[in-house]
Design a protein around this ligand. Sequence first.
Ligand code: C2O
Ligand code: CU
Length: 466
Amino acid sequence: MKPTRRDTLLGAAALAMLPRASLAKAQASGILEAKPGMAQLMPKDRPETAIWGYGGQVPGSEIRVAQGAQVEATLLNGLDQPTTIHWHGIRIDNAMDGVAALTQDPVKPGERFDYAFTVPDAGSYWYHPHNRTWEQMARGLYGPLIVEEAEPPAYDHDMVLMVDDWRLGEDAAIDEASFGSLRDWSHAGRLGNWPTVNGSPQPEYPVKRNERLRLRLYNVANASVLVLRLDGMDARIVAYDGMPVPPEPLAGTVTLAPAQRIDLIADVTGEEPGLWLAGRENYRACSFPVIGEARAKPLTDAVALPPNPLPTALEMDDALRATVEVNGGAMGGMAEARIGGFGAAYRGEETVAGVLPMRDLAMEHDLVWALNGVAGMPVEPLFSAERGQTVVVKLVNEGRWPHAMHFHGHHFRETKDGAPWRDTILLNPRETKEVAFIADNPGRWMLHCHMLEHQAGGMGTWFEVG
Ligand code: C2O
Ligand code: CU
């Protein structure tokens, strides 16, 4: 289970004519031990980096199963702090969602937790901790969870590309001094200085001329919004955050907020294929050297993915409506906020009640953000929906920083026409977006910013489905 290139067992010629039957398993079980390890994040002539990873490696093992399969994973905590595993994007049984204090007790050092759940939707998902996520993910704890369609379109290779953005020193060590920096927390989050793909610097994945690839692009950075460009390939976007869309040509760049994914079906047609970070700097994240030819011409087979069993019939007239307004951050003008107090209440500690001025929130509680005037998880849910009810949430960002709003247990879509179903949405400065979903998954679900420093700094709430 290595999360790099996946070769299919069938040859390319057979694939051109035959629909590709899924080779994935109907059941997968294994151990994910969160523990320290070493990784060659910088080129070979530079030192290795001490990381935390599942199995001590980054990314953790690829979990690849058939749609509808049962996944059984035992988390062993080999860290010196509590952790959990959250299965990002899976419409999962609430008890398995892995959110510390909301759906389970965090797993203490040396202890274990058995996760068991089914995966209703095919697509590109992932797993990561949900306790001190800002530190644990920045140190390398994440891995891919791939759910295969029973009958995917024809392609030659399936490649997972997890793009990360580390903050390393000259000695290749993770910059630990800046963990918990309130400056990062109140601004754009922990932006890195060292990109990797699948834990390697500028890796090369050899391909053949006219091969058809399925590329699964992930933004696993703590806070960086990635603007990606794919050169030398003729690509169509076929899914966002796991959910299929009618294929759209990828022209120019595509933006991935933290935690977002896109699936592409791409034909190797051009010169020097590569994936580039086109945003802050123009940087080749990985390349695909062309060695040989797979066929004389690219495939012409249809590329659309089969639909997932996601309920999509929104009932806007009877919808439950809620607003989430982002407050705070640097230059956000927030004078005061109420402390949410969920964690304290959960731990049986005395809650600091009442409204505190911004300065006290920051200095005494590391809280620099609020949602609807509440900093940190509130004791009461944002809303309680009946099972099956349509929920419409207006996300309001009047501030100066982008956010990546993520809902647990459900996919949602913007209410404007033709918007895709997603689990995470980018909310740019001074932007308001209205999203809707069918609250059909019972339990207590988190809604937070996936810029992990923002989440830790107060941008988290939760909702309940009956
Ligand atoms: Cu990817 Cu609440 O998490
Ligand atoms: Cu944010």
